[in-house]
Design a protein around this ligand. Sequence first.
Ligand SMILES: Cc1cc2nc3c(=O)[nH]c(=O)nc-3n(C[C@H](O)[C@H](O)[C@H](O)COP(=O)(O)OP(=O)(O)OC[C@H]3O[C@@H](n4cnc5c(N)ncnc54)[C@H](O)[C@@H]3O)c2cc1C
Length: 513
Amino acid sequence: MKEFDYIVVGSGCAGLSASLELAVNNRKVLLIEQHNIPGGCATSFVRGRFEFDPSLHELCGVGSAEDPGFVRKMFAKYGVDIEWCEATDCFRVISTYSDGEPMDVTMPSGKEAFIDKMEYYVPGSRASVTKFFALMQNIQDGLDYISGDKIDPREIIKKYVPMVRSGGYTTSVVFDALGLPQRAQDILSVYWTYLGVDMEKLSFLHYASMVNTYVTKSAYYPAHTSHEISVKMTERLRQLGGTVMMGCRAEKFLFEGDKCVGVQTNLGAFRAKYGVLANINPDIVHGKMVPQHLVPRREKKIAAARDRKLGGRMFTAYFGLNKTAEELGIKDYSIFLVGTSDSVKEYDSLKHIATNNYAIMLCYNIHNEAFSPKGTCVVSFTTMFTSAEDFNELDEKEYFKLKTKMAKRFMDLLREKAGIDLSDAVEEITVASPYTFARYLNAPEGGVYGFETTQWDGIIPRTIEMTMGLDYKLKHLYTIGTNGVRGDGYSSAYTDGQILADRALAQFEKEDA
Ligand SMILES: Cc1cc2nc3c(=O)[nH]c(=O)nc-3n(C[C@H](O)[C@H](O)[C@H](O)COP(=O)(O)OP(=O)(O)OC[C@H]3O[C@@H](n4cnc5c(N)ncnc54)[C@H](O)[C@@H]3O)c2cc1C
């Protein structure tokens, strides 16, 4: 049986960063992927003369070349050079304030610009919004500290008191405690769908770590779709001596005693000297891929926990349009077309097909004219379902009808809310549902956000579990990805892969010594 130091299963964002982290540390890595191209969500597909990005709207943590964020620094460490485009505004949102008045707000990137604009829309908000940013920065610094190897509790008490004090609370509780005016809260709530949990359940730490990065360092996306990132990471892994096998599906993890020693795949068995990292939902790993007597009791209990829910299941329509953004009157990179700024009500309405009237419209050509052929543009609409209930009821015919219905609903939303009509310009439409993502990614119910990051299962509990509780996990086998310490999203998954690869280096090899 061919042996490697480590085997990484799945080439999603987390699988790619984990492989590179191990490879730059001179370990012999095998990366396997069930598909014929790498990336998982981070990929692209072609219809007619258009290339579409199936998932990425924007990445946080990239930052500019002069002021790099953690993602740019990570890629520099790995020797991966991406051509980035900056989304200069955070978002435009068309919705309704809690007081019933219409909301049409565009928030810029950059902390000072963001605070100024908020003061413009919500006079009197400056002091509390400034406090809000100071708290978010403390949280971000504190989270970086506690994810590291050497943690001194005295340092945490000395430097990260605001993080510790707000750590146990939900986002809405912290908003109230900061005295943020209701309209400012309504605007700041827009980001909740990026995390998939309404503001009354969403852990503030998770919210803060993402929003602070988006606003202070701006959002970025690759010039040539997220496929560019995944291909460059894979190429770099090969250059560093890694082995990459596409069309290779892991079926079972192999154990000797209670130690994971390899992977059984459709292309044969491979041995891992030190360990395996699996970019797969832990319920699948524990439920189907390891001997049942080895699954730790605690993992079974967590899997059965009633309030552990899967996060967002995406529904996206991709449009190739035979007019330019300018001709169609599209000026914004992203517009959140939202029913209500009350995230609890919206979360409920996103459970069902009949009531899901939400979409994020994105036009990739706004900051990157060359994204599609001359005279055209690419637009996508994404909504999220907070339950898979309605999809379980659909038969084949209804399923295809639903795709058409939703694509039309998205166009109607854009026309009604923003006055932009795409109907005369449609050349290509493709629709992806939770089924599509489930099938393509091996993600239960197409839940690409992993498990909801609520208070009891947010970044802090997950980090503490990781730093203190590795002994009750499966030996020499970690799951990585969007279900991991940092939750959903590209930068979170890259970070999770990197953190867990470093843990494996420190833990697995020490255990073997
Ligand atoms: C429509 C949509 C829009 C989104 N928008 C954004 C956004 O704007 N910004 C953002 O940051 N995030 C966004 N996300 C979320 C983000 O894409 C995901 O959270 C992230 O990419 C998940 O990465 P991952 O590493 O966990 O795994 P995945 O992307 O799920 O990859 C897992 C990989 O493992 C492979 N695999 C699984 N099982 C096996 C097996 N048994 N054997 C071999 N290979 C296997 C799969 O084929 C896949 O390649 C969006 C997602 C979607 C779907």
